[in-house]
Design a protein around this ligand. Structure first.
Ligand code: SF4
Ligand code: SF4
Length: 306
């Protein structure tokens, strides 16, 4: 395709998920941009938090061959004894040599620069699936609007190409970032994690004032919004969820609420990128607990996604 009209701006992408079915209507390609202003204790994508690229090492995939030790020009990797692999991240320049050398795929760098044209070409590869299913492209993160100019340019390119677009956002960004993308966004997927200002700060690192304000603005502007709530027992159930439901009832453009049961599958990702594991030690809510949460939403007159 011709890239003549597309801007040369680059964005930092850490993952692309094809054939997604829970991130907007139909079959979708989800593009994950790097960087997020929040630090949710339960984040499922900790590799998306930092704005800069990161080296990931998965011990379970490592066969101890030592190819990375020989490939690295900076002495980052060491295998001092069988079953032990140490990494001195302070010396890593993210050159990628060890990733290339690692045949089992234990090493990976999260975060690559792409142009709008390159990314558009990747997502257009699945256009037939979008057309058959009513799907499209979802821009996610991290927080996709933490790269506001790139997000706006990419969504505009998708719309120009005739694709349905969804934006999966934490809402923790200036309204100006929303204003730039809304003309090219068909649906906003919006996270609401807690209704109490200080509890929100405790669990995510920031209060929720801007997040709730932006959601109300989207509602007043008539932008279709699906709200997503990560459900953590003892954190945002009970009266907290009642208050969230009461708040959502006043958002006129709300399409539905999606309740996402907490799980800790991402726990190993924290270790892989050298972060402390912050995931709460709470049980995944089972079907009965989720039914109770759904009932709260329904009682407030809200539509709950299956
Ligand atoms: S190259 Fe890969 S498998 Fe081999 S020691 Fe390094 S990380 Fe492990
Ligand atoms: S990315 Fe480059 S500098 Fe970093 S550990 Fe791998 S080979 Fe060494």
């Amino acid at each position: 395709m011709s890239g003549a009209a597309l801007p040369s701006i680059t964005g930092r992408v850490y993952d692309i998920k094809r054939f997604a079915v829970h991130d907007g209507p139909g079959i979708r390609t989800v593009v994950f941009l790097k960087g997020c202003p929040l630090r949710c204790a339960w984040c499922h994508n900790p590799e998306g938090m930092s704005a800069v690229p990161e080296l990931s090492f998965t011990m379970q995939k490592c066969v101890g061959c030592g190819d990375c030790v020989r490939a690295c020009p900076n002495g980052v990797h060491a295998l001092p004894e069988v079953g032990v692999h140490t990494i001195d991240r302070t010396r890593c320049t993210l050159c990628g040599a060890c990733v290339e050398a690692c045949i089992p795929g234990a090493l990976r760098i999260y975060g690559r620069e792409v142009t709008v044209e390159e990314l558009l070409e990747e997502v257009l590869a699945d256009r037939p699936f979008y057309e058959q299913s009513g799907g499209g492209v979802t821009l996610s993160g991290g927080e996709p609007l933490s790269q506001p100019a790139f997000a706006a340019a990419f969504l505009h390119a998708c719309k120009t190409a005739g694709l349905h677009t969804a934006l999966d956002t934490s809402g923790a960004v200036p309204w100006s970032a929303f204003a730039a993308v809304l003309p090219d966004t068909d649906l906003v997927l919006y996270d609401v994690k807690h209704i109490d200002r200080e509890a929100h700060r405790t669990w995510t690192g920031l209060d929720n004032v801007r997040i709730l304000d932006n959601l109300q603005r989207l509602g007043r502007a008539g932008i279709p919004v699906e709200v997503r709530i990560p459900c953590l027992p003892g954190v945002n159930d009970g009266l907290v969820l009642e208050r969230i439901a009461a708040f959502l009832r006043e958002i006129p453009s709300l399409t539905e609420v999606r309740l996402l049961p907490y799980h800790d599958f991402a726990r190993s990702k924290y270790t892989a990128i050298g972060l402390p594991d912050t995931m709460p030690q709470v049980e995944k809510p089972g079907p009965e607990a989720m039914a109770v949460l759904r009932a709260v939403m329904v009682r407030h007159g809200l539509r709950v996604a299956e």
